[in-house]
Every structure is written in C-alpha cells, then in structure tokens.
Design a binder for this molecule. Structure first.
Ligand SMILES: [Zn+2]
Length: 256
C-alpha cells in the first residue's frame, strides 16, 4: 500500500524541533517526505522586551521560515507557554490537525522532560494519534483518519529527566550530513538566539544544539546524531519506519 509521505512534528514551542529533530526532518525531506512542524504555543513568553502578542507574531514567522527551508509548513495550536493543558479543547485541536495533515510519522516531545509543557505536548500527541481515527469524536469539516501514525519521542532537553538522570535513546539517526541545515533552521529563530547572545555573550543557542547533537553522535559512533524512542504500545505501529526510510543512517540500541 502506498503510504502518505508526510511527517508531522508536534512539539511544545517554536524552536523545539530545531533542537531535537530538525536533522532527521531534513533527511526525510531529502527522501521526498513532506514536513509539517506544529507547535502547541507561539512562544509568547520568549521575550523580556516585547509583549506576548508582539513576540508571538515574530516567533510564528521565525518558525514558518525555518520549516520553509525544507519546503515544509508550520502550524500553531495557539496554546500559551507554561499553560499547555491536557484538556478537551487542546486535544480537539491536535486531533483536528492530525486529521487534516494525515501524517504517517509523528515526532513529539519526550514523555519525561525538563518542562511540563513538553510532557503535556507529548501526551497530547500520543492521544491525538489514536483518537484521530475514532468516528465518534466529531469535529466539523474533518473525517476520521484511519491510520495510526508511527510515533517517535524525541530526546528530552539535554537528554535528562527532571532528576538529572539520563534518558537513553533507543534509535539514533546520523544527522552529520544535515547538521548545517539544522543550524540554519535554528538560526531562523533570531529573537531567541539574540536573547541568549545578550545574556551569555556567546552564541549559546547554536553551541547548545551542536554540542548535544555531537554528544548523541558520540554515543553511537556518528559525528552528529539525534536520538529517539518509539511508541510501541498496543495498537500503535511498532515497525521502525525510520530504519526502512533512512537505512544505514539509523542505528538502534535495544530493538531489532
Ligand atoms: Zn520547549
């Protein structure tokens, strides 16, 4: 059966994808996949100088210009930083998004991460993948999406849980050939980069991303890597589709 070569990345904030999975998205784009990055919020908390509305306008545009480098699209579910809720209105927005996008692969945040927004985004994505196919969940102008996507959890920020314990990745993607585009995408988030530059006087933003990608690569003998864990619970597809799509660029620790 022909699969719909669309990948949806559903994370909490603008720039999360550029830290955690943009290298892999770029590899999939090279393979002809359509890339959609969606964030739960427009990042209204991400400024000390601009108000929430003004910075949100800037950050939506930054996120859109980043994914445009992969000829992809950006969506915002218009929740607010710090207040991403696991509630019915938010779930309905995520379910509607999945019904409209019809992704075969979904990337989301780690179920355990440094910030609750990330953990809630992760749970919302998990439920929405399943619920999008339930006919009795009625959302106007949508029809049930009968395919449960392959669901992958990105690494947590710094690869650690709230107790500082390392969360091991199961799947590593070699992003050495796409680290430059990943950096370009990250640098589209100029407002955040400048903010950190001002605070730390070094280009902490790019440094953090590259450092972590290099660390992940070092765990598996790639120069740069991104780590993932796949949702393998009941009813979700458990084949590692990343391995079949990206072949030798994918290494696994615990499975296969
Ligand atoms: Zn975030």
């Amino acid at each position: 059966m022909e699969i719909n070569k669309t990948v949806l990345c559903l994370l909490a904030h603008p720039d999360d994808a550029e830290f955690q999975c943009a290298g892999t998205l770029a590899l999939l784009a090279e393979k002809g996949w359509e890339i959609v990055i969606a964030t739960m919020t427009p990042g209204q908390a991400g400024s000390t100088e601009l108000g929430p509305k003004e910075i949100s306008v800037i950050r939506r545009a930054e996120a859109a210009s980043s994914v445009a480098l992969l000829d992809g699209k950006y969506h915002c579910l218009e929740c607010e930083d710090v207040f991403v809720m696991y509630d019915q209105p938010t779930l309905l927005k995520a379910i509607e998004l999945i019904r409209n996008i019809k992704p075969t692969i979904v990337f989301t945040a780690s179920p355990s991460d440094y910030m609750i927004d990330h953990e809630v985004a992760s749970k919302i994505a998990m439920t929405a993948c399943l619920a999008a196919g339930i006919p009795n969940i009625k959302i106007s102008h949508t029809t049930p999406y009968n395919t449960i996507p392959y669901l992958y959890y990105c690494d947590a920020m710094e690869g650690k849980d709230i107790l500082g314990q390392e969360i091991k990745s199961d799947i590593y993607v070699d992003i050495s050939s796409t680290i430059d585009i990943k950096e370009k995408m990250l640098c589209c988030h100029k407002s955040q980069r400048d903010w950190l530059l001002k605070i730390s006087r070094v280009d902490e933003y790019v440094f953090m991303m590259k450092n972590f990608s290099r660390k992940k690569g070092g765990e598996i003998n790639f120069e740069y890597a991104e780590g993932f864990r796949q949702h393998r619970g009941f009813s979700y597809p458990s084949k590692n589709i990343l391995k079949s799509e990206l072949d030798r660029l994918v290494a696994t620790h615990h499975f296969e």
